[in-house]
Design a protein around this ligand. Structure first.
Ligand code: GLY
Ligand code: MN
Ligand code: MN
Length: 440
């Protein structure tokens, strides 16, 4: 796809007198000799569209030819029988649109030529010792080559300074992919809502939701699903998902599909038996109102913090109304007394990574970054009443979060994850509608 070539062209231009080296992700061991499923590095994918491991992209604008060079695994009949097909060196240049392709084993020998004659190397060190060693050896060789007749890099810059700024603004194809990912997530949440009933386990509900992602075209989940019944919902990163759902409790589901390496990130909270209690309803209505107020802040010129501040006002006012906090709104906001019930931020960038890259401040590190069309954020307020909180008993153990993915459009918010029920009457109508056969 030409967008990968366009991105490389943009980076080549921004590198000026530099060279950029971006490695593919390494394999991650799960236990003993068993690996996690391989997932390409988002930076590497963004520039290549290539999903194989053991590859390195070198962008060298100072070179006449071979400005974009890919090092990758050579074809190998035996290895491909055991572990899967490879694109191979011969097909790579044409398939991926790079200027040249070489076997990965030649990286050490060829990298010095790419480094020689440049002042700056854009390279991320410290992630992978094997890659670091290859780079340092090549740097030493480039210095030797150029001792009297030129120069080798003496400045090392994180590629994030270029790549992550680019990744922050999504192009039309990325937005379309993210909208499709969120659409698949919608089907998973709908299936989960319909199938929920007391006695279902958290992991069964997880399987029902993730099954819907897979059969609707998603290759993976964007992160480990959180399926948290009852007071498990007050544990922010709960994902053991081992318990049984009970009547009278809520279930919080933070789960979403990944499509073509693009994430969605959605949370819904619904009653296990299809009916909110008065206290659950009261808490839920506050979170929903806070989410709507925060979503309205996703517009050009506002910043992520504006959404957080809008959510905080509604949540804190609601906590005061319910008697979970006392005193004045201004005092509760100023002293951050809401933190007992709302202890996380209201959103983050989302894209190839669920917690996507890109700075939240401008270059001075202080000024909050204004939102621009093409940025995508999550909006995910919640309220969490711990089971030992010093509040009226019926509120204890209630955890509610509502999360959507919102594109900053030219005229304001565009909810990519639209159409996933979140109004109370919608939820009460759908929950359990496909579960009658299982009901006790
Ligand atoms: N699912 C991760 C998050 O909401 O940030
Ligand atoms: Mn989430
Ligand atoms: Mn999130």
């Amino acid at each position: 796809m030409s967008s990968f070539a366009d991105r490389r062209a943009t980076v080549l231009e921004r590198l000026e007198d530099g060279v950029m080296i971006v490695p593919a992700a390494t394999h991650a061991l799960r236990n003993n000799d068993t690996e996690y499923q391989y997932r390409q590095s988002s930076d590497f994918y963004y520039l290549t569209g290539f999903t194989e491991p053991e590859a390195v992209l070198v962008l060298a604008p100072h070179r006449a030819a071979e400005r974009a060079t890919l090092f990758l695994r050579a074809r190998d009949r035996a290895a491909e029988i055991w572990n899967g097909r490879r694109l191979g060196v011969e097909a790579a240049a044409e398939a991926l649109g790079v200027d040249a392709a070489y076997p990965i084993e030649e990286l050490a020998q060829r990298l010095p030529d790419a480094l020689a004659g440049t002042r700056r190397a854009f390279v991320r060190l410290g992630d992978d010792e094997r890659f670091d060693r290859t780079f340092f050896h090549a740097l030493g060789a480039a210095r030797t080559k150029t001792r009297r007749t030129g120069y080798a890099p003496d400045t090392f810059v994180d590629p994030a300074t270029i790549l992550h700024e680019l990744r922050l603004i999504k192009d039309a194809h990325e937005i379309e992919t993210m909208r499709r990912a969120a659409g698949i997530t919608r089907l998973g949440h709908l299936a989960g809502m319909r199938a929920t009933h007391p006695g279902l386990t958290e992991y069964e509900l997880e399987a029902i939701i993730e099954h819907a992602y897979r059969v609707n075209g998603a290759q993976d989940t964007a992160y480990s699903s959180i399926v948290a019944g009852g007071d498990n919902a007050t544990i922010l990163h709960y994902n053991t998902n081992r318990e049984t759902l009970r009547a009278g409790e809520l279930v919080l589901v933070d789960s979403a599909a990944e499509l073509d390496l693009y994430a969605s990130d959605v949370t819904r909270t619904w009653p296990v038996d299809g009916r909110f209690t008065a206290e659950q309803r009261a808490v839920y209505e506050i979170v929903l109102a806070a989410q709507k107020a925060a979503i309205a802040e996703v517009r050009p010129g506002a910043h992520v913090r504006s959404a957080h501040e809008a959510a905080l006002r509604v949540l804190t006012a609601g906590l005061l109304d319910l008697g979970l906090l006392t005193g004045s709104l201004d005092d509760a906001l100023e002293k951050e007394r809401y933190k007992e019930f709302y202890m996380h931020g209201t959103g983050h960038w989302i894209g190839l990574d669920v917690h996507d890259v890109g700075s939240y401040t401008l270059r001075d590190g202080e000024t909050k970054r204004p939102l621009e069309p093409g940025m995508v954020v999550t909006v995910e307020p919640g309220l969490y009443v711990q089971r030992d909180a010093a509040v009226a008993e019926h509120f204890r153990g209630i955890g509610v979060r509502i999360e959507d993915d919102v594109l900053c459009g030219p005229a304001g918010p565009d909810i990519l994850s639209d159409g996933i029920p979140k109004e109370i009457d919608e939820l009460e109508a759908i929950v359990g509608s496909a579960a009658a056969a299982h009901a006790p």
